[in-house]
Design a protein around this ligand. Structure first.
Ligand SMILES: [Fe+2]
Length: 274
């Protein structure tokens, strides 16, 4: 089922989202990415979210949920988010096996929906994965899906979720791996004034900019953080993070990034890539 309808918000109240991204989980709980046990850092993020008692209506997982392409890593992800008790929607990143996810996620109780209809808003989940390469590309099928959703719901504001960054973040090594046909996306969004937000993962850092009335936001990973404005591969010592977003009935968006304290999940500083 590609489309689901959810009740959330109401009156002047916003729709409240939790974004988690780039969990990079392994089949084994001990699996490490550059010295960080990714299941441990993700669990610490989830524990912090629970401790905050922040209200959210649904969870968006914007790709790179796995690091080893295994069914067990997706089962692990589902087991870990289940205690939050909220619907989870996802899209694949370059480290995922998208076709495998589409097959197994429903078995783990996670919807394969690509369009989430909410009061006054819709959330669209796009696949930018290109088999075996790190950069992103919106294939014609994804572009036509996006166009169809935007044109058929003119009364809803739209959040477009995808893994890859549309705009460069200023890191030479990382910006080689951005969304290669971002100009096609911008051209399409320019025809639909209700497009409000493009939300991504991939860059393992927070960015927030506006282009022609659309916000473009990226968020920290729940494991390793990439050093901003870095020519070569570099790791940041900031803690794993997550993001809340509030979508208001008048089209406004508010958002907050939270992180675990520095020093709890410090990656291997000698790493030269991943
Ligand atoms: Fe990632």
């Amino acid at each position: 089922m590609d489309t689901v309808t959810l009740a959330a918000g109401g009156g002047d109240q916003p729709i409240r989202l939790l974004q988690i991204t780039d969990t990079h989980l392994f089949a084994q709980a001990e699996g490490q990415l550059l010295g960080i046990r990714t299941a441990d850092s993700f669990q610490a993020v989830l524990d912090a979210v629970q401790a905050q008692k922040a209200a959210f209506d649904l969870i968006l997982a914007t790709g790179d949920l796995s690091q080893d392409y295994s069914t067990a890593s997706y089962s692990r992800f589902a087991d870990m988010v289940r205690p939050l008790g909220r619907p989870v929607f996802w899209l694949p990143g370059n480290h995922d096996d998208g076709p495998l996810m589409r097959r197994v996620m429903p078995d783990f109780g996670i919807s394969p929906a690509r369009q989430v209809l909410l009061p006054g808003w819709q959330i669209l989940l796009l696949d930018t994965q290109v088999y075996s390469v790190p950069h992103g590309w919106l294939k014609p099928e994804q572009m036509s899906f996006l166009e169809q959703c935007l044109s058929s719901e003119p009364a809803r504001y739209s959040v477009i979720c995808l893994h890859h960054n549309t705009f460069p973040v200023g890191s030479t090594w990382l910006d080689q791996h951005d969304l290669k046909n971002g100009s096609d996306l911008l051209g399409l969004l320019g025809r639909f004034p209700n497009a409000r937000l493009v939300l991504c993962g991939h860059v393992h850092q927070e960015t927030d900019l506006e282009h022609n009335g659309v916000r473009f936001i990226s968020s920290p990973s729940t494991c390793i953080q990439f050093e901003p404005l870095s020519r070569d591969f570099g790791l940041d010592t900031k803690g794993p993070g997550w993001r809340y977003l509030q979508l208001y009935p008048d089209g406004r968006i508010e958002t907050q990034v939270h992180r675990l304290p520095d020093g709890h999940f410090v990656p291997d500083g000698a790493a030269t890539g991943y």
